[in-house]
Structure formats: structure tokens, C-alpha cells
Design a protein around this ligand. Structure first.
Ligand code: ATP
Ligand code: MG
Length: 401
């Protein structure tokens, strides 16, 4: 019997209502696994024998989030819950998603189609665990093991191979040898899977506390062959896998990886574009690589801190720490606090002022001049005061019409 987490308690009325209507309902998946591991849970997933329309008949507020797969979102007291009808997934033909989903009334059938034994656990409203595939034993033994015959499971959905190495890293587990052998044998199936989905798992792998193990497995099984930009880089990946530090965020993760792949800030964009990262993330990692390239040669200076911003500078200090260099977060923070300006908007003059002072029409010169003013203010040679800047410009530039 388990002490119910607050999130489970909040969701109990949902289970009760479904059962009052004559159906079965259980907590399933990651939340049950994480509770048994005494870890904080993410979201509570519920599986039920009720069909989607039956669920919609029970609850006043629902959203169809994936009704063809049997998932309905129920809105209940400021929270939302994904409720999925027990289902089997039959005849996979493209190694990535079931051709058809068949709703069933049996919990066991539903749990059978799940990826790993530790994810195939269910819990009823009284906290009793339903465990058809020895998931609890594997949790105790810290083992990632496919439900049923591993090879079949990876044929059904090749993403499961990446999920497996991700769980090894995230939970600090080992992989069952038969499951590992099946991944090794079938790693080329990964090319069927959308990069976006591989990326989600890969980043979770990098951020996991068992990254060393997870990456080791990722390399050993050759899964890296089918990940963007990694195929020819086994040696570099092995060196990366030796790092001991825990990686705390995505920017640090990508920066460390890119550095180990011996790529430069100019390679960031094509590399992360191939990984389907967002524009924002690509820009951040690019700045981090620029900062790292500088930092490997010298301490931070005001210009670089101004260019990359405090958060990225601190991320790069973390990267340096991971690489075994001495670092000093406080001095970076202090240097940043002492910057005279943080962006163009902080300048006491704007483009209009400059046009008036120099009596010139706007053009490329304007951007260049603003950059020069920023640089000169940052270097301490010019005060950020309108009259001082105007005088400086008048001395350095001639007016022309
Ligand atoms: P996380 O803590 O990262 O959310 P999770 O195990 O909850 O991990 P989800 O992707 O949220 O992962 O999936 C919820 C559950 O659905 C899993 O625990 C597993 O039972 C099942 N599942 C998810 N993806 C797959 C898959 N590709 N193949 C089989 N079962 C899956
Ligand atoms: Mg989950």
C-alpha cells in the first residue's frame, strides 16, 4: 500500500466516477513507476475500460486530444487528466505507429503493449499495484526490460529503443541483456522515426544522472548512427561519455556535445537544425559556443558578457567546470552587474539623435555607429550620457548631407 501523492489524491474522484459508471480505471505508466521509486511524479495518466464516448458522457468538461487513439482530456477542478481507453495496437507496418488501434476491456491487454516492464504497472484507487510483467522486480533490480519479446516490441515502434537508453540514463538503471541485444540488432529501424521524437529522448538521456551508462549504451548499440551529425563521431562521443558531471540544462548539454564533436560556433546552426531544435535554442547554443571559444582562451570580458548575456555566460562556466577548468561564478556575476549597459535600449542616444547630430539620412552607417558607441561605452572610454556621446560623435565624425 502506497502513501498517495497529492496528485493521485486529487485524481481519485475521477477514478471513482468512472467506476461508479460501471467501468474500470487505473493509474498507469510513469506516475506509478516514479511513485514506487520515491521520485516526484510528472503527470498522472489514467487508463480505463470505458470508451472515449463513455468518458465524455461521465464528465461535463472534456477535450478531444487524441480520440482516435482513445485519449480524452478531462478538466477537473483546475487540473486536467489524460484518460486513455485500454487498447491494443495491431499490425504495425512502418515501425512507428500502429495502423489501427483497437479498444479492449482488459487492463492486461493494454499493459502488454507498453514498452518496458517498469512502465507496464498499474495502480488502483486503493494504491494496490497491478503487475503482470514483473515490473516491480525490475524496478528493484534497476533493470530496463522490454515487455514480452524485445525484438517484436522494437519492430512495432522503433522509438522505444531510444526510450530505453533514455530511461537507463534518467533512472540510473541497467539494460536487460536481451533487450540490449535486440536494440543492437535492430538499430537501423531508428531511421524510420521523426527526428523531433528522437531529440526529445536524446536530450532526456543527456540530462539524466546516469548519462555515462546511457551514452555508453547509445554508442554500443549503434543507435548514434541514425542521429543527425553523429554517425562518424564514435571516438568523440566516447570521450563525451567519459564526463562525470551532471548536466543541468539543454544549453549546457548541446554545448558540451558540440565541443566534444570538435565543431565550432559556425557549425551550431546546421547541426542543431538537423536535430530540429527551435530557432531560439539554436541562437542560445551558438552564443554559448562563441562564449566557450573565448573562455577557453581567456577570462570573460565585458564585451563578451554583453554579447551573450548572464545566463549563457553562467552556462558556459558550468561547461568549463564540467571540462575540468577552474571557474568562478561570482566574478562573472559581478562583472555582469558592473556593465554600464545591457542592451542598445539602455543607450542615452537613439538613431534619431544620431541622424540629427550628424545631419545624415539613415543608412548602414547608423547601425555601425551604434555598435561603435556600445563598444566604446563598454570599454569604459565613453560615459553613457547624452551630452558626452554627442560631443564624442562630433569629434569623431564629420557632418554631411
Ligand atoms: P516521463 O516521466 O518521461 O513522462 P513516461 O513513462 O510517463 O515517462 P510517457 O511518454 O509520458 O512516458 O508515456 C506514458 C506511458 O505510456 C509510459 O509509461 C508507457 O507505459 C507508455 N508508452 C509511452 N510511449 C510508449 C511507446 N513508444 N511504446 C509503448 N508504450 C509507450
Ligand atoms: Mg509521462
Amino acid at each position: 500500500m502506497i502513501l498517495f501523492d497529492h496528485q493521485f489524491k486529487q485524481a481519485l474522484p475521477i477514478i471513482d466516477k468512472i467506476e461508479e459508471a460501471g467501468f474500470k480505471a487505473y493509474f498507469v505508466g510513469g506516475s506509478v513507476r516514479d511513485t514506487l521509486l520515491n521520485k516526484p511524479i510528472n503527470d498522472v495518466d489514467i487508463a480505463t475500460s470505458a470508451k472515449p464516448n463513455e468518458i465524455k458522457g461521465i464528465f461535463p468538461k472534456t477535450i478531444d486530444v487524441g480520440i482516435e487513439h482513445g485519449t480524452v482530456m478531462v478538466l477537473w477542478k483546475d487540473a486536467s487528466y489524460e484518460i486513455t481507453t485500454f487498447r491494443t495496437e495491431s499490425t504495425y507496418q512502418d515501425f512507428r505507429r500502429p495502423d489501427t488501434v483497437e479498444f479492449v476491456r482488459s487492463l492486461k491487454e493494454d499493459l502488454k503493449r507498453r514498452d518496458f516492464t517498469i512502465n507496464a504497472l498499474a495502480m488502483n484507487r486503493d494504491g494496490e499495484i497491478i503487475d503482470y510483467f514483473n515490473g516491480q522486480k525490475d524496478l528493484e533490480n534497476k533493470l530496463i526490460k522490454a515487455v514480452g519479446i524485445p525484438e517484436e516490441r522494437f519492430f512495432e515502434d522503433a522509438l522505444r529503443m531510444m526510450r530505453g537508453v533514455r530511461f537507463v540514463s534518467q533512472l540510473n538503471f541497467n539494460m536487460d541483456s536481451e533487450t540490449e541485444a535486440a536494440i543492437q540488432k535492430n538499430h537501423p529501424l531508428l531511421k524510420k522515426i521523426a527526428i523531433e521524437r528522437i531529440q526529445v529522448e536524446f536530450v532526456k538521456l543527456l540530462l539524466g544522472s546516469g548519462r555515462k551508462q546511457g551514452l555508453g549504451l547509445f554508442i554500443r548499440t549503434n543507435l548514434f548512427y541514425y542521429c543527425p551529425g553523429l554517425k562518424g563521431s564514435k571516438k568523440e562521443l566516447e570521450a563525451f561519455a567519459k564526463l562525470e558531471c551532471v548536466i543541468e540544462n539543454r544549453i549546457v548539454a548541446w554545448t558540451l556535445l558540440i565541443h566534444h564533436l570538435k565543431k565550432t560556433s559556425d557549425d551550431v546552426e546546421p547541426f542543431l537544425r538537423a536535430w530540429k531544435c527551435s530557432k531560439k535554442e539554436i541562437n542560445q547554443v551558438k552564443l554559448a559556443m562563441i562564449a566557450l571559444e573565448h573562455r577557453l582562451k581567456d577570462d570573460f570580458n565585458r564585451q563578451v558578457l554583453y554579447q551573450v548575456g548572464l545566463q549563457i555566460a553562467l552556462d558556459v562556466e558550468t561547461v568549463m567546470d564540467c571540462l575540468g577548468y577552474p571557474i568562478n561564478f561570482e566574478s562573472v556575476q559581478m562583472m555582469y552587474q558592473e556593465l554600464p549597459i545591457y542592451s542598445k535600449h539602455d543607450l542615452e542616444v537613439d538613431g534619431d539623435d544620431l541622424q540629427v547630430v550628424l545631419n545624415r539620412k539613415p543608412g548602414k552607417w547608423l547601425g555601425n555607429l551604434i555598435t561603435e558607441i556600445e563598444t566604446t561605452i563598454l570599454s569604459g572610454e565613453l560615459a553613457n550620457e547624452k551630452s558626452v556621446i554627442v560631443e564624442w560623435i562630433s569629434n569623431h565624425y564629420t557632418k554631411d548631407a
